[in-house]
Design a protein around this ligand. Structure first.
Ligand SMILES: Cc1cc2nc3c(=O)[nH]c(=O)nc-3n(C[C@H](O)[C@H](O)[C@H](O)COP(=O)(O)O)c2cc1C
Length: 338
């Protein structure tokens, strides 16, 4: 019965414009959660409930939600109660931003793909931190907080945004994700050039030393990579990151390499092969101790299995979850625990 309701709901929401559909679904989930009915939608079997310790973080399972679904940290506790072992909120910028003009999410249903040009629309660091403090007591997972530079911040000043954001979120985050790979904020990807990256990550690692000293807490920091990175630069990017005490990599963000007549980042099934190939490269280039989080075109159980076989420690869902809902989460939990 619940499966039927879920399936009908997915059909219904597909009739709405994509951004409205996403917001409506999250709001409805909140109503269901507040009515104490969310348990009905959770997998009955506790697949994957065997603890995984990575970098002193304890994960209940290997399946998480990727950055950008819960941009303002309003739903992470609800996603966790559905079964996700970790949730990455954000990307959050220092000040509130409205993002790029609408429409800015497009569905290509036959291709099981999304195209988005959102541009870090979010409520900003002050409000997001309030949300995190409010909902964290109801959260029993690992909380990632993704941070990014504001639209109006010039590349040369971007490091200041990241350092301020670290001040805001270091203590509350179980891990921080440095987003330098979204294609929808002008010039953001410039930060991954050798010179800019070295400068940024040096600043971040110096800041981390101060924060460890201040809070007596070592919050892991991951870098989220672009699938459009050239192989030579990728190798260097990983080397520079590891030299600056970065703890792992999220592989990968959306790609601008697509066939659709709209500017923006593509996600979903059409990204799958590219993300998988890139992950293999990252696994080859990185040190063993660096954590690898797979993201990008994880659409079914065999994608989850493939990513785990190819050295991913954790796997994030986004577009697959938008298209398939909880049935994908259940399959992912099952395969990742077998
Ligand atoms: C609508 C939308 C918004 C996104 N926003 C963010 C974001 O704010 N920060 C981020 O790091 N990634 C963002 N992403 C990228 C996803 O986290 C993910 O890396 C990417 O979509 C590839 O995974 P998928 O193919 O499973 O969707 C967004 C993706 C989509 C589709």
């Amino acid at each position: 019965m619940i499966k039927l309701i879920e399936d009908l709901f997915l059909v219904f929401t597909r009739l709405l414009p994509p951004e409205l559909s996403k917001n409506f679904t999250l709001k409805l989930l909140k109503v269901i959660y507040n009515l104490n009915l969310i348990g009905l939608f959770k997998s009955r079997k506790n697949f994957g409930e065997s603890e995984i310790i990575l970098n002193s973080l304890s994960f209940k399972n290997r399946i998480g939600i990727a950055g950008g679904l819960d941009k303002n940290a309003e739903y992470f506790h609800i996603l966790n109660s559905l079964g996700f072992g970790f949730v990455e909120v954000g990307t959050i910028t220092l000040k509130p931003q409205s993002g790029n003009p609408k429409p800015r999410i497009f569905r290509y249903v036959k291709d099981k793909t999304l195209l988005n040009s959102l541009g870090f629309n979010n409520v900003g660091s002050v409000k997001a931190l309030k949300n995190i403090k409010k909902f964290k007591p109801k959260f029993d997972g690992v909380l990632g907080i993704s941070i990014g530079k504001s639209k109006n911040t010039k590349t040369k000043n971007a490091w200041q945004d990241y350092l301020h954001l670290m001040d805001y979120f270091y203590l509350e985050a179980d891990y921080l994700a440095i987003n330098i790979s979204s294609p929808n904020t002008e010039n953001l990807r410039e930060l991954s050039s050798q010179e800019n990256l070295e400068f940024l990550l040096e600043k971040i690692s110096q800041k981390k030393v101060q924060l460890i000293d201040m809070y007596k807490k070592n919050t892991p920091i991951f870098v989220k990579l672009s699938p459009d990175e050239k192989e030579e630069n990728l190798k260097n990017l990983i080397e520079v990151s590891e030299k600056n005490s970065i703890d792992g990599f999220i592989c990968c963000n959306t790609t601008t390499d697509h066939i659709y007549p709209i500017a923006g980042g593509m996600s979903g099934a059409m990204l799958s092969k590219k993300a998988e190939n890139m992950q293999k490269k990252v696994a080859e280039f990185k040190q063993e101790k660096s954590i690898l989080i797979a993201s990008g075109g994880v659409m079914n159980a065999s994608d989850v299995k493939e990513r785990l076989i190819n050295s991913a420690d954790l796997v994030q869902l986004y577009t697959g979850y938008i298209y398939q809902g909880n049935s994908l989460l259940k399959k992912a939990l099952k395969i990742s625990s077998s």
